[in-house]
Design a protein around this ligand. Structure first.
Ligand SMILES: *Cc1c(COP(=O)(O)O)cnc(C)c1O
Length: 363
C-alpha cells in the first residue's frame, strides 16, 4: 500500500478492503482504502436460540462496526472509490445509519458529506453521529423513498457522488460479511436470517455466499430468509408501500432499491420473505438483550423475531446451523428501546446499604 497510512497491523484486523481485496470487484489496484477498520465483527453463539431450535444459532453482531451498523462495510468501498475518482462531496438518503456512516467516512476521506433525511423519523443517536462528524443535514418533507429519488437526481445533475446502496461499490463491501461467517464457521451456514429494508444487505450476503461457494471456499449456500415490518413489507406483499410505517425505522422503506436482487436471492436460495408486527420486533429486541447480552436497535431484531415466529408456527431448525445478522447497535435508538419498559427505576431508597439489600430481596 502506498501513501501515508502505515501498513503494519501486528495481527489486528486491517479493515475489510485489505483483508479481502482480491475478492472485492470494482476496486482499482492502486486504490487506497478509506478505512476505520470496519468488518471483522464477532460471530456470537446464542445459547438461548440454539436451545430453542435444537440447532446452532450464531449472531453476526454488526453493531460492532466503527459507527455501529453494517453500513460501514459498504461505506469503506464506496468512499474509497469516490475519493479515488476525485469527488469533492458525497450524498446519501438515509433512515439514519447510512448518514452516520457516510459522515464518518467522509470526514476520514476529507470529503464534504450531504445528507437527505425524512422529516422527524431519525433516531437521535444516528442524527447525532451525522451532525458531530460534520454532515450538512437536509430534512425532506417526505419519506425515505422520496429522499433516495432526490439523492439520485442530485448526483446525476451536480458534482456529488451518490453512496446509497444503489452504488454497486456498497454491496461489494457488504458481501464480505458472508465471507467472514464462512471463514469463522469453516463453511456456510444452512440458513441465514436478516432484516430487510432497502434490500441491499440480503443481496450482498447472497452475492458473497455465491462467490465463496464458486471459489470452493464453502461447500454450500444458505437458505436466505428476509424479515420486514408489517407496515413496510413490500417484498412480502409484492407491491410498494406508499406510506411505510414502523418503529423499526431502519427498515421503514416502502420501495426497496434492490428489490429484484433481493427477490433473486430468496428464490435462488430456496428462501422467502415474511413480516413481523412492531410488538414482535420490539419484544425480540428485549429478549435478545436479556438472554444473550446483545443490545441491538429495533430493526436489527427483525431476524430474531422472524426466527421466533417461525418456531411458533412449527418450522424446524433442529440440527441446523443458522446465522442471524443483527444489523445495528442498540445505543442508536434508546428512546424506542425504553418504550418497552413502564418503569426504568425499580425502587428509590435512602443512602443506606440495608435499604438497598432489602429492596433487592437479599434480607
Ligand atoms: C440499513 C439497515 C437495515 C436494512 O438493510 P437494507 O440493506 O436496507 O435492507 C437494517 N437494519 C439496520 C440497523 C440498518 O442500518
Amino acid at each position: 500500500m502506498s501513501g501515508s497510512s502505515p501498513t503494519v497491523a501486528n495481527g489486528q484486523w486491517r479493515g475489510l478492503i485489505e483483508e479481502y481485496r482480491d475478492l472485492i470487484d470494482l476496486l482499482p489496484d492502486d486504490l487506497e482504502a478509506v478505512t476505520l477498520r470496519e468488518g471483522g465483527t464477532p460471530l456470537v453463539h446464542s445459547e438461548w436460540l440454539s436451545s430453542l431450535t435444537g440447532g446452532q444459532v450464531w449472531l453476526k453482531v454488526e453493531g460492532n462496526n466503527p459507527t455501529g451498523s453494517f453500513k460501514d462495510r459498504g461505506m469503506t468501498t464506496a468512499m474509497s472509490l469516490a475519493k479515488y475518482e476525485g469527488a469533492q462531496a458525497v450524498v446519501c438518503a438515509s433512515t439514519g445509519n447510512t448518514s452516520a456512516s457516510m459522515a464518518a467516512y467522509a470526514a476520514k476521506a476529507g470529503l464534504k458529506p450531504l445528507v437527505l433525511v425524512p422529516e422527524g423519523k431519525i433516531a437521535a443517536g444516528k442524527m447525532a453521529q451525522a451532525v458531530v462528524h460534520g454532515a450538512q443535514i437536509i430534512m425532506v418533507r417526505g419519506n425515505f423513498d422520496h429522499c433516495l429519488t432526490m439523492a439520485k437526481e442530485l448526483a446525476s445533475n451536480y458534482p456529488v457522488a451518490l453512496v446509497n446502496s444503489v452504488n454497486p461499490a456498497r454491496l461489494q463491501g457488504q458481501k464480505t460479511a458472508a465471507f467472514e461467517i464462512c471463514d469463522f464457521l469453516g463453511d456456510a451456514p444452512d440458513y441465514h436470517l436478516l432484516p430487510v429494508g432497502n434490500a441491499g444487505n440480503i443481496s450482498a450476503y447472497w452475492m458473497g455466499y455465491v462467490q465463496y461457494a464458486a471459489l470452493g471456499r464453502s461447500s454450500r449456500r444458505p437458505v436466505m430468509r428476509g424479515f420486514q415490518a408489517d407496515g413496510a413489507a413490500p417484498l412480502v406483499t409484492g407491491v410498494p408501500f406508499p406510506d411505510p410505517e414502523t418503529k423499526a425505522t431502519a427498515i421503514r422503506i416502502g420501495n426497496p432499491a434492490s428489490w429484484q436482487l433481493a427477490v433473486a436471492a430468496a428464490s435462488e436460495s430456496g428462501g422467502r420473505f415474511a413480516a413481523l408486527s412492531d410488538p414482535q420486533i420490539l419484544a425480540a429486541q428485549v429478549e435478545l438483550a436479556k438472554h444473550d447480552g446483545v443490545f441491538v436497535e429495533p430493526a436489527s431484531a427483525a431476524g430474531i423475531a422472524g426466527l421466533l415466529s417461525e418456531l411458533a408456527a412449527g418450522e424446524s431448525y433442529a440440527g441446523k446451523t443458522v446465522a442471524i445478522t443483527v444489523t445495528g447497535h442498540g445505543l442508536k435508538d434508546t428512546a424506542t428501546a425504553l418504550e418497552s419498559f413502564s418503569d426504568i427505576v425499580d425502587t428509590v431508597v435512602d443512602a443506606d446499604v440495608d435499604a438497598a439489600a432489602a429492596a433487592a430481596g437479599l434480607i
